[in-house]
Design a protein around this ligand. Structure first.
Ligand code: G6P
Length: 607
């Protein structure tokens, strides 16, 4: 959600900023802007729309050795040129900001009554507030004083006309890092923006301030004490940016799933045993103590949480609750002593999940916290006791695909480790490990349905609504299928536990309502078949993704797509694949922006 990139160099930085914005565009894409300092004048270029639109404003004269840039996902104020960042105060201070300033109205009333605001954003007050303090203070002090007034979250980069060789940055609650180069240094909200230029990064912590020039980087803590933060080498590769011959990142990422799942289990299964060491050194204590598991997550990650709840209870006999983080955060909950908290988030920066974690850490009912996350340097990974990294590699398509299936894979590993003190016997562990190891090949075979599903999409794409049905651990997969379809094709889709059909949704089933069913060969298969008969009896059209041994046959009302998903716990991972492909092909036919669907963002860093 929103992206920041900034650079100070001995040479022109405009290309660096534009390329960085392009790489960050998946985080927010309703408007973009760049401010550069040239001949002691702040030049501000802003445009509604994507980064390409912004590029049209820049000609050869748009060059400078220092600049800040931003791509926006609107929170306060609609997408427009006026609301796009950078915001400028008094022709002197330019800022780009990610996050939300919760007390911006109070700040306006207290300090900025006579200022003229040009946008509807909360962010603009930061430019004016820093300008206000800079009248009597050095710029670093002015930023420090301004941030002391702010409530909310921010990643901030500031350009000051009176300090032409440095950028001042500050972080609290929104990710920000400094990239180290030769005679140039960079700032970004995400390492992906800079990976062409450096793989050496310093991750700022909450409360940190820094000054960044082409020659040096100085970091200060919240008391403005000069400090050192560790420099980390990133393993990201340039390949992360490329579509590798695919038309869209989403399709590339769907087809990367066999390898992503393989990397997630690699070195974590040894002789069909999952060692507890996969959770790192802090795990020993909570593994011995916990009695109950609480999982929190948002969006697609929440669907992974729901599958994990099924696995924990069914396979390991461990009581488990799973809840949407934004709901969990704001309600009183009765927590059992010795609860283990699992936070699932591909980005590790989702504000709802992070703020719920921070609240929970204040309570002493929890024995430990585990992050299941795709970004090792993320806030979530740093703030939990243990982190189980999913090795999906960077996911650029806004609709999550490989991040989800690798989350499920990692969660199955976690269920095995947690379950050893409960009902996971060595035999069951052995069998689950074998099943996990077959997944990459089974996913590959499932991907072979691609062309058939592309055909199905032709029927689907002119529908306005769709129902998805599943039962047990496949109900969350039906939900994920409906979410994918909604997100990228804008077809209204709802998922129901198939047994609930008769309690309401059956009323909307007729020949215009496509019904998608997820039908593994499991204990509730016969029940599911009865539920599907209820649809047929109402003339509803059925599209059934079924295990090949489940005994479904296509007829004039139902079309069956066979999947080789033996009756075992990892089947939900396989049933996810055709639903991703269905959403993708519907979006292609509808001509929507598959990788950057309207109104959405990849990583939502505001509550
Ligand atoms: C956004 C993304 C979703 C994602 C959700 C949670 O809404 O568009 O794809 O599932 O955030 O993100 P997280 O990074 O916490 O998994």
């Amino acid at each position: 959600m929103c992206g920041i990139v900034a650079a100070a160099s001995k040479t022109n930085v405009t290309d660096i900023l534009m390329a960085g914005l392009k790489h960050l565009e998946y985080r927010g894409y309703d408007s973009a802007g760049i401010a550069i300092l040239k001949n002691n004048v702040l030049n501000n270029y802003r445009q509604k729309g994507n980064v390409e639109e912004l590029g049209k404003l820049l000609d050869a004269t748009a060059n400078s050795n220092i600049g800040i840039a931003h791509t926006r996902w609107a929170t306060h104020g609609k997408p427009s040129k006026e609301n796009a960042h950078p915001h400028i105060a008094n022709d002197t201070i330019a800022i780009v900001h990610n996050g939300i300033i919760e007390n911006y109205l109070d700040i306006k009333n207290k300090f900025l009554k006579n200022y003229k605001f040009l946008s509807d954003t909360d962010s603009e007050i930061l430019a004016h507030l820093i300008n206000h303090f800079s009248k009597d203070n050095e710029i670093l002090d002015a930023v420090h004083l301004a941030m002391a007034e702010v409530q909310g979250s921010y990643a901030l980069a500031v350009l000051d006309k009176n300090n032409p060789d440095k950028i001042i940055v500050a972080r609290n609650g929104s990710p920000l890092l400094i990239g180290l180069g030769e005679e140039k240094n960079f700032i970004a909200s995400d390492a992906l923006a800079l990976i062409e230029h450096t793989n050496r990064f310093v991750y700022l912590e909450d409360g940190d301030l820094a000054t960044v020039s082409s020659e040096e980087v100085k970091i200060y803590d919240k008391n403005k004490k000069n400090i050192r933060r560790e420099t980390k080498k990133s393993s990201l590769s340039l390949n992360s940016h490329s579509k590798d011959g695919y038309d869209h990142f989403m399709l590339k990422e769907i087809f990367e799933q066999p390898n992503a799942v393989k990397s997630t289990i690699e070195n974590r299964i040894i002789n069909n045993v999952v060692p507890k060491e996969i959770l790192g050194p802090n795990a020993a204590e909570y593994l011995e103590k916990f009695k109950v598991v609480q999982i929190i997550a948002c969006g697609t990650s929440y669907h992974a949480a729901l599958v994990a709840k099924h696995w924990l209870e069914r396979l390991a006999g461990i009581p488990c609750h799973a809840e949407i983080a934004s709901e969990f955060r704001y309600r009183r909950h009765a927590v059992q002593k010795d609860t283990l908290l699992i936070c699932i988030s591909q980005s590790g920066e989702t504000a709802d999940t992070l703020s719920a974690l921070r609240e929970i850490k204040k309570e002493d009912y929890y024995v430990g916290t585990i992050a299941v996350c795709n970004v090792p340097e993320s806030s979530l990974a740093r703030e939990c006791d243990s982190t189980l990294i999913t090795h999906a590699g960077p996911e650029i398509g806004v609709a999550s695909t490989k991040a989800f299936t690798t989350q499920l894979t990692a969660l199955m590993l976690l269920v095995i480790v947690l379950g050893k003190r409960f009902e996971i016997t060595p035999d069951l562990e052995n069998s689950l490990c074998m099943q996990l190891k077959t997944l990459p090949d089974k996913i590959k075979s499932t991907l072979a349905l691609d062309q058939k599903i592309a055909e199905l999409a032709k029927i689907f794409s002119d529908k306005e609504h769709a129902l998805f049905l599943g039962r047990g651990s496949h109900f969350p997969i039906a939900r994920e299928g409906a979410l994918k379809l909604k997100e990228i094709s804008y077809i209204h889709a709802e998922a129901y536990a198939a047994g609930e059909l008769k309690h309401g949704p059956l009323a909307i089933v007729d020949e215009n309502m496509p019904v998608v069913a997820v039908a593994p060969n499991n204990v509730v298969l016969e029940k599911l078949k009865s539920n599907l008969e209820e649809v047929k009896a109402r003339g509803g059209k059925l599209y059934i993704f079924a295990d090949k041994k489940a005994g479904f046959k296509s007829d004039e009302i139902s079309q069956v797509f066979e999947i080789d998903a033996p009756m075992n716990p990892v089947a939900p991972i396989l049933f996810t694949i055709p639903l991703q492909l269905l959403a993708y092909h519907c979006a292609i036919i509808k001509g929507t922006n598959v990788d950057m669907p309207r109104n959405l963002a990849k990583s939502v860093t505001v509550e």
